[in-house]
Design a binder for this molecule. Structure first.
Ligand SMILES: [Zn+2]
Length: 103
C-alpha cells in the first residue's frame, strides 16, 4: 500500500505537512494511521480509491483518487519519519484542515 517514490523534489516540506499519528497494536507493533477521508472530507479513501506514496524525505503523501480526477488538490502530507510496521485507516486521527479552526 505504501511505496517508495523517488520523485520527491517537487514536494519538499510542504507547509501543511503534519506529523503522522501512530498507535501500538496488540502485538506491540507500531502502526501509522492514515486519514480515512480526503482533506476536503468528501470522500472515504478506502471506498473511492487513493494513492499513498512515501517520498525519499519521509513524507507520506495520500491523495484522493476522486479529487485528483476532478483536478482538486486534496492530498495529505504526513511526516512519516518514525518507523511503522504497517498502516491502517483512522477516521478520527486527522481532523480535516478544511474544518479545523486556524491557530
Ligand atoms: Zn476527495
Amino acid at each position: 500500500m505504501v511505496s517508495r517514490d523517488m520523485v520527491s523534489r517537487d514536494i519538499g516540506r510542504f507547509s501543511t505537512t503534519r506529523p503522522a499519528q501512530h498507535r501500538i497494536d496488540g502485538f506491540g507493533a507500531r502502526v501509522v494511521l492514515l486519514p480515512a477521508h480526503c482533506v476536503l472530507g468528501k470522500h472515504v479513501l478506502a471506498v473511492t480509491g487513493y494513492t499513498a506514496t512515501l517520498t525519499t524525505d519521509q513524507v507520506l503523501r495520500v491523495s484522493c483518487s476522486v479529487c485528483a480526477l476532478s483536478g482538486v488538490d486534496s492530498r495529505w502530507f504526513l511526516d512519516a519519519s518514525d518507523e511503522a510496521a504497517r498502516a491502517e485507516f483512522s477516521a478520527t486521527a486527522y481532523p480535516s484542515p478544511a474544518t479545523a479552526s486556524p491557530r
